[in-house]
Ligand binder design. Sequence first.
Ligand code: HEM
Length: 503
Amino acid sequence: MKWVFGNWELICTVVFLGCLFYKYLMVRRWGLGDKKEESGDCRRRRLQPPRGTSGWPVIGETIEFIASGYTSRPVSFMEKRKSIYGKVFKTHILGRPIIVSTDPDVNKVVLQNQGNVFIPCYPKSVIELLGESSILQMNGGLQKRLHAIVGGFLRSPQFKARITKDIQKSVKLALSTWMDRDNPQQPLYLQDETKKITFEILVRLLMSVEPGEDMEFLKREFMEVIKGLICLPVKLPGFRMYKSLQAKERMLKMVRKIVDDRKMTMENNEAKSSGLPNDVIDVLLRDTGESDGTQQRLPLDFISGNIIEMMIPGEDSVPMIMTLAIKYLCDNPTALACLVHENNKLKKRKDESSEEYAWTDYVSLEFTQGVISETLRMANIINAIWRKALEDVEIDGYLIPKGWCVLASLTSVHMDEENYENPDEFDPWRWERKTGASVKSNKFTPFGGGQRLCPGLEFSRLEISIFLHHLVTTYTWVAEEDQIVYFPTVKTRRKLPIIVTPR
Ligand code: HEM
């Protein structure tokens, strides 16, 4: 005892240093800028997971979560808990305890992922289907390298100039066939039509396969692959997962042959491997590993696998935004009239000058860009991003314990009236108001953010703009009654039937 009292100062110092050690070494702390002195309440909450409930044994709150997806306000699940527990809360859904963030600042920290403390956290079926070396699952240097190569290519002005012509050609061709049908007065299903257009563009962008037998093969097999994304992860004959993996194998064989042939051509003809790469296979084959200092080329199997896996985020997202934009415009004739006016003006200018369209023509259509942003805000196919903490992480006073999953809810932020006035209203004009929404804000993240910000962002916006332009300047239409559904992913219930008439 005497020693204790005699060494009181020493003990205090040791305890203090111990606390510091725990706080800074055991718990990684990612703050959101300098905080004011915290209240005692906050301090108690510190180092504890956020508040919330785990619901029923085993199923947790899954039923309520899924049920909200079948309503017209899928964010109601998040909103209810947010009002009770705050913007970050704990729940138990889809078989696991999970921390949900509806806070744009917390989401930003999760997406930025400084210190690489978060990794993607997908359902088991997705993990099985993607494989370990998919860009969507990989972490660290290789993910960064792949992301930089693909993103750099898709963002380059030379690529955009070329792909603009390509997209225009595909869109115009597809639109022209609408009148060539036996009965043009029959409704067209816009959701299917946009999928046909965008799938072919995506495959050409990734591996330069032209419409024909190979394209049909890829379409068929890819549809089989994605059926397995959400299923029982059982790899036995007869099970869905088994069929999807088999389809992926068949696709891999074909893509590997394309990659091999391309490699051979590149080796035989050095001149061909300079200049603008044709597609993503080209950029991946050409990369020498100089940028990350490995000086190693990417293995051919790795390239083939990733070409297929990159189709997954690209395949459904773009056609769905095209379809939903039209759905919102059908329900909002004033916005449709503004969009038509803006696009007719551009068409008239182009017709009169006989100039070709440049990619900059499309992306500078201010109102059209507002329509795209507003559609992405209200009904993005990727409504949340799932991550798993590799160690205890503290963000803004909340503890994310090691091993827990965090769901950064993008839609909750997009539909929060703190962030957007009248969030349920389709209001493309909000993007034009100087004080309104901004595509650069962390309150608007349909393409994610940080290290994994979608590399297809600019390409997608360009493709959607080109489609909208040619659709509204070629046709008028009458849409049949339809509804947006949000579960398991956002889509229109009847695939948006429309009857078109040439302008
Ligand atoms: C409207 C269209 C699109 C939306 C809303 C969208 C959204 C997203 C989001 C939110 C992420 C981040 C995922 C995460 O952090 O885990 C992402 C990643 C990704 N997207 Fe997109 N995407 C779209 C179109 C495309 C297209 C057309 C492509 C292909 C050309 C593409 C390729 C990718 C890839 C490869 C990743 C993974 C990046 C990485 O993990 O490093 N996306 N996308």
